[in-house]
Design a binder for this molecule. Structure first.
Ligand SMILES: O=C(O)Cc1cc(O)ccc1O
Ligand SMILES: [Fe+2]
Length: 392
């Protein structure tokens, strides 16, 4: 990657620890996080109008695994911010950010140029780029996954062949943009080992006149995704909807998959169409960008989140289950519209930040959404499992 700059980035004052940003984690140990197999769900965070919070101050870690120091692991963050970054740029030395805005557009100035990213689009900012985020719509919130030690790539398409899912041509990188201004006191906020440091300089870091190479920020419009799914019977694994994957050294085992559940036709016959009930070796963090997720009639709201960790059972809530099995038109094609959910799915088991477990947004009654699920099993003689047949 070559950057043609007006002035090298090296010209700055020493780094100093930034007054503690208590809610960012780069190393998932017992000091700030806990392990829990419990099903977790959070209501969407309110975006406060006061105090002023820019993207950096509004960013907080929810869960993650591993360590940015050891270059293996991931962190899942959320942000709720109400003002543009001013006189400062952010730089993440720990890993790559994949940002999923849910409310409010992000106008991101990077060293490679500017990108306007709307809810329904995602943006990836690779490790080490300096960037500043303006909020043209005011109060804004969304989700961020951060990966340590590797990068996102398109999944192998396997038998799908050449076309489908996310297409390389739909990933957009910015055109070089620069400002040549004297900016005394301009601050670089540097995330390093999960901690923040600041250094001042007297010029804008956005001074790249031209660049070439392929290590660049990029954005992607999720409506460009071409979903594949069952066209006759059964329910495919959600990994069929992988937009981007961050691999581990073990083939087929992801450090982090970014998977979406976009609008699409449901056409499977003689099939329970919502997600099956399951346990799973992966851990699943889910968010909702808009609409209603197909497996949750209530309680999982746009801007909210859920976490089902490795081997913790989960699936549709009771209301969704009952509505599904009593549908008269269960075999008719149905267009699932007006919804966009996503999942950050990892083979590493997350530890959860204590402030996320204690958050007022935590839905402590989440487990109740499955209470009341009834057995519909019946023996050949027609007796139900809850009413055992009389002995012969
Ligand atoms: O748990 C979830 O809701 C995500 C999910 C969706 C699906 O269609 C199949 C499996 C799965 O984990
Ligand atoms: Fe799941």
């Amino acid at each position: 990657m070559w950057l043609y700059r007006i002035k090298p980035s090296v010209t700055h004052e020493p780094f100093h620890p930034r007054p503690a940003h208590a809610r960012l984690v780069g190393e998932f140990d017992r000091s700030t996080t806990a392990a829990t197999p419990t099903q977790l769900r959070w209501r969407p965070p309110e975006v406060p109008l006061d105090p002023p919070l820019d993207f950096i101050d509004g960013l907080y870690t929810v869960c993650g695994a591993g360590s940015s120091f050891l270059r293996h692991g991931y962190a899942i963050h959320m942000y709720a911010a109400n003002r543009s970054m001013d006189g400062c740029a952010f730089c993440n030395a720990d890993g790559d950010f994949l940002i999923v805005p849910q409310q409010g557009r992000l106008l991101i100035t990077t060293e490679c140029g500017k990108m306007l990213v709307s809810p329904g689009e995602i943006v990836v900012i690779p490790q080490g780029f300096r960037f500043a985020i303006d909020l043209p719509d005011g109060p804004s919130r969304g989700y961020v996954s951060e990966i340590f030690g590797t990068h996102f790539q398109l999944p192998d398409l396997g038998p799908i062949g050449a076309n489908g899912l996310a297409s390389p041509r739909d990933f957009l990188s910015p055109t070089a943009w620069f400002e040549q201004v004297h900016r005394p006191g301009y601050t670089i906020v540097h995330k390093y080992g999960g901690e923040l440091f600041t250094a001042t300089q007297d010029f804008s870091p956005f001074n790249v006149v031209a660049w070439h190479g392929n290590y660049v920020p990029y954005k992607y419009d999720l409506s460009r995704f071409c979903p594949f799914n069952t066209v006759l019977f059964d329910h495919g694994d959600p990994s069929v909807n992988t937009v981007l994957t961050a691999p581990t050294d073990k083939a087929g085992v992801a450090l982090l998959d970014f998977v979406i559940f976009p609008p699409r036709w449901l056409v499977a016959e003689n099939t329970f169409r919502p997600p099956y009930y399951h346990r799973n070796c992966m851990s699943e963090f889910m968010g909702l960008i808009y609409g209603i997720y197909e497996a949750k009639a209530d309680g999982f709201l746009p801007g909210g989140a859920s976490l089902h960790s490795c081997m913790t059972p989960h699936g549709p809530d009771t209301k969704t289950y009952e509505a599904t099995i009593s549908r008269a038109d269960a075999n008719e094609p149905f267009r699932l519209s007006g919804t966009l959910a996503f999942m950050f799915e990892s083979s590493l088991i997350p530890r959860v930040c204590r402030w996320a477990l204690d958050s007022p947004c935590r839905d402590l009654d989440y487990y109740q959404c499955w209470i009341g699920l009834k057995s519909h099993f019946s023996h050949d003689n027609g007796a139900t499992a809850s009413e055992p047949a009389a002995s012969p």
